[in-house]
Design a protein around this ligand. Structure first.
Ligand code: DNO
Length: 391
């Protein structure tokens, strides 16, 4: 597989020079400064591509070309936004950047309740705590009907937490769930936005009454519309699974499990309609057998995210070491390496360690932690390659 790294553009504190030194071959990035829904011009794409190439690297994958909410909920601006999307895709194709990762999660992209969950060895990683998440939903967002989505045990924990939680902890929870994890991925809420909870409530409203089936139909419609452009320019689309892979906050989520993936692949049965196999997101769902899913979907996988989670009691999950957890990365490397030797792969997230915490990296996107993970995965890849050659 091609060793890639998510880089957040020229403002990223981690430079392309540094990445070249640690064995990265391809870059995963986006035109982060272009507001969602606007066209990515050929000129801006070529500028960034040439900059990356001047370091001896290549722009391998776009993550993400964001799909606007109105496309997801089929608002009146949908046609115009899909037209813009097509132009951006054509421009990417012309510039030779032909793998495009996106997601179809309504309102909120990935969700964690704790960005610095401590490990006994002094490092920290990202964490999802169901009771704290339910607290946000019930006591901060005050979403109507939310109680019905949680077990009695979780509801009791929410009441217990309510007796002790401080205002600072509440702010931190809001920050972790809807602000810090969203802004840098071109999400709906950015740091510095006033009253994020209010903004979030109004975004949720857009999905009132939208069922999973409707969201599926809107995804099918979007994919069917863009496929001719993908065919013309040889662009491969790869949807990122929902993270975490289950329903949240009364919103439908439709890329959560084997059946969901099967559905969207066959709804628009075109090789350009594919998957980002994010082992981390998928392994956060106890219902997912990640290795068997990789076997099943390898031929429609255009991009791989290597990471692993442990699912804990009550629906909590923790981002494990890249050599542990529910996602067997050794098996996954075997499967994907056999599938396509130059399939782009990036290590996804890493521990915060050895001073990363002082450098203000985006949550999950530390330097040392990801470098350690890349070293581990690089070792797995070398061993797997040798074993395959010996056979
Ligand atoms: C988080 C990321 C996601 C991902 C998008 C792709 O760390 O995995 O934000 O980039 O969902 O569209």
């Amino acid at each position: 597989m091609e060793k890639t790294w998510r880089w957040f553009g020229k403002k990223d504190k981690i430079t392309l020079d540094m990445l070249r030194q640690i064995g990265v071959e391809g870059i995963v990035t986006a035109l982060h400064e272009v507001p969602n829904g606007e066209i990515w011009t050929l000129e801006a794409i070529e500028d960034l591509r040439d900059y990356i190439e001047s370091f001896g690297l290549r722009w391998s994958v776009v993550e993400s070309l964001p799909v606007c909410e109105a496309i997801k909920y089929a608002g009146p601006e949908r046609e115009r936004l899909i037209e813009n999307y097509k132009v951006s895709l054509a421009n990417l194709g012309k510039a030779g950047v032909k793998t495009v990762c996106y997601n179809f999660m309504p309102v909120i992209d990935w969700i964690r309740t704790d960005l610095y969950h401590p490990w006994p060895d002094g490092t920290s990683s990202l964490y999802f705590d169901m009771a704290r998440f339910a607290y946000f939903d019930l006591k901060i967002l005050c979403r109507e009907g939310a109680e019905a989505d949680y077990t009695r045990e979780i509801l009791d924990k929410v009441e217990e937490l309510d007796k002790v939680i401080t205002d600072a902890e509440k702010d931190d929870l809001i920050d972790s769930i809807i602000v810090k994890t969203q802004g840098f991925v071109n999400g709906n809420i950015k740091e510095g936005d006033l009253n994020p909870v209010e903004i979030f409530r109004s975004l949720l409203k857009q999905y009132d009454g939208i069922t999973r089936d409707q969201l599926r139909e809107n995804m099918r419609y979007f994919l069917a519309e863009i496929m001719p452009v993908c065919e013309e320019y040889g662009v491969n689309m790869c949807v990122h699974p929902d993270d975490p892979p289950f329903q949240v906050l009364g919103l439908p989520r439709i890329v959560t499990c084997e059946e969901d993936i099967e559905w969207f692949l066959s709804a628009v049965d075109n090789p350009h309609n594919g998957l980002t196999f994010c082992a981390g997101s998928l392994s956060a769902g106890a219902h997912n057998d990640v290795v068997s899913m990789a076997r099943k979907f390898a031929d429609r996988t255009h991009f791989v995210h290597l990471r692993s989670c442990n699912v804990l009691e009550g629906g909590n999950f923790i981002e494990a070491s890249h050599l542990a957890g529910r996602a067997d990365l050794v098996e996954l490397v075997k499967i994907f390496q056999r599938q396509k030797a130059d399939l782009p792969m990036r290590v996804d997230h890493g521990r915060t360690m050895l001073g990363d915490e002082k450098l203000g990296y985006n949550p999950g996107y530390s330097f040392h932690g990801r470098m350690l993970a890349l070293g581990q995965v690089d070792g797995i890849m070398a061993a797997v390659k040798q074993l395959c050659e010996e056979k």
